[in-house]
Design a binder for this molecule. Structure first.
Ligand code: ATP
Ligand code: MG
Length: 452
């Protein structure tokens, strides 16, 4: 069956472009070829020179229309992956089930995809797409026409094709108008499209936050009801989507959007607990705002730091509880870290590769309170000092520790040797973190009020 579709599609390679597209000239869409990355232009030119159709597609066209610098450039073509690979020396086919071609030029990689079908096919025989019992598409590796390719995309604003040779935009579903109106609209019947791929619900929240778009009512309505379908999605895919949202530069808005749509249960289930507690809310807000600022100013932001932040309100709560129960600060913190990491493993599935760095950031926190003797100097030299210090500042900003503590460490780093020596506190041992730290075992612990 697949072979018959391929021959059908590629047999009409040079026929007119897909039906139903509105073709907008430069004057109407305003995108200049100069906005397109050189590598993507070269890929399109090479494909066109061999008689294939080639368009810049997806997020890049949308972002250019909106005046945002695109993150990456994807190209869609009617050439098969094998035909694409033959045209570019530095290229390779990725993926088995659904193949795409990575074309490298310089340090860049352009993703080239062959037009795919996933919407309704022309004949009934071809519409027997395999789905699971909830309507989730199990396979989408059927080649199709350009119109098919547009119809299988998620939102109207993501189904825009830019032809660099003619400087035209092909718009199948009113995406240009939706960009103008700042509306996120699902292509086709929203419920069916969410059932085909529930991750589209998370993508809706992400794009609405990233672009500051309103979600069209028909597109939004089914989400609250269908959100539980996310439970059927592999954890790794949910995690990837979570990361995209958190590193989008609009994480703060994104997280609130997720919660408003009831989508966080499948993604960040801790969010309710965290945001309902004022200190937790302040901490997460400070953390996400600072991540957003870093990303918006092109500074690196590490996923481990982010996840350490998201989990911290729980770690801190558990830490305090264990301390109240008589545990010493450092062991209490280590126990709390393990408890929280174990619990989230079943919920959010943060990959274990981030554990090491998250634990280091957390474990260094009590050491900031030790400001006598050689300890501050040793802490400064710790390879994770910088991340742990940034983390301390978030704790100070949210009122979890005294602002003075964060300020002390800022000054200590900037001070010269003499000034540093003058800043050290008299005691050389650990400063008591809490007044009751020296409680002897056997003293009452539970039910006592914690000092603020
Ligand atoms: P970003 O700026 O975040 O990269 P993007 O729109 O480029 O946004 P990608 O995840 O890179 O998003 O996907 C590229 C394109 O592939 C999208 O614009 C969309 O057309 C299509 N696409 C991606 N994921 C889906 C999906 N789950 N369902 C339908 N179409 C999708
Ligand atoms: Mg993209």
């Amino acid at each position: 069956m697949i072979r018959s579709i391929i021959s059908k599609v590629f047999g009409r390679k040079r026929s007119a472009s897909g039906t139903g597209a509105r073709i907008l000239p430069r004057a109407e869409h305003g995108i200049s070829r100069n906005g397109i990355d050189d590598c993507a232009l070269k890929v399109c030119e090479t494909l066109a020179a061999s008689g294939y159709k080639s368009y810049v597609v997806g997020g890049a066209v949308r972002d250019l229309l909106l005046g945002i610098a695109p993150k990456d450039f994807d190209v869609a073509t009617d050439a098969t992956p094998e035909q694409v690979r033959k045209l570019f020396r530095r290229s390779r086919i990725i993926g088995r089930r659904f193949q795409i071609v990575h074309v490298m030029c310089g340090r860049e990689t352009i993703e080239v995809t062959t037009f795919r079908a996933n919407g309704q096919k022309e004949s009934e025989e071809e519409d027997e797409r395999p789905t699971d019992e909830h309507g989730r598409l199990l396979s989408d590796n059927v080649f199709g026409s350009m119109a098919d390719d547009a119809a299988r995309r998620d939102f109207s604003i993501n189904a825009l094709y830019y032809d660099p040779a003619r400087e035209e935009v092909h718009d199948y579903f009113g995406g240009v108008e939706d960009c103008r109106k700042r509306v996120l609209r699902m292509i086709g019947d929203p419920e069916t499209r969410y059932r085909e791929d529930p991750v589209r619900m998370l993508r809706a929240a992400r794009f609405a936050a990233k672009l500051d778009f309103r979600i069209d009512e028909a597109t939004r309505a089914p989400v609250a009801r269908l959100a539980p379908l996310l439970a059927n999605i592999p954890r790794a895919r949910i995690f990837d989507e979570a990361l995209k949202l958190l590193l989008s530069g609009h994480a703060l808005r994104g997280v609130h959007q997720l919660r408003a749509e009831g989508l966080h249960h499948g993604m960040l289930p801790l969010l309710d607990t965290i945001l309902d507690d004022p200190t937790g809310e302040r901490f997460i807000t400070a953390a996400l705002r600072s991540t957003d600022q870093r990303i918006q100013s092109d500074r690196p932001s590490s996923p481990a730091f982010l996840f350490a932040s998201l989990l911290w309100p729980q770690v801190a709560t558990r830490w305090r509880a264990l301390e109240s129960a008589g545990e010493k600060p450092q062991p209490a913190l280590f126990l709390a870290m393990d408890d929280v990491l174990d619990a989230q493993r079943h919920q959010l599935a943060i990959p274990r590769r981030y554990d090491g760095m998250m634990k280091e950031i957390w474990a260094l926190q009590p050491r900031f309170e030790q400001r006598g003797g050689q300890r501050p100097y040793r802490l400064l030299e710790h390879p994770r000092f910088r991340a742990a210090y940034d983390f301390l500042l978030l704790r100070a900003e949210s009122g979890e520790v005294e602002a003075e503590l964060g300020e002390w460490w800022t000054r200590f780093q900037e001070a010269d040797e003499q000034a540093r020596a003058g800043m050290l506190t008299a005691d050389s041992g650990p400063k008591p973190r809490r007044k009751r730290r020296r409680r002897k075992s056997g003293e009452a612990s539970d039910g006592e009020a914690q000092p603020a």
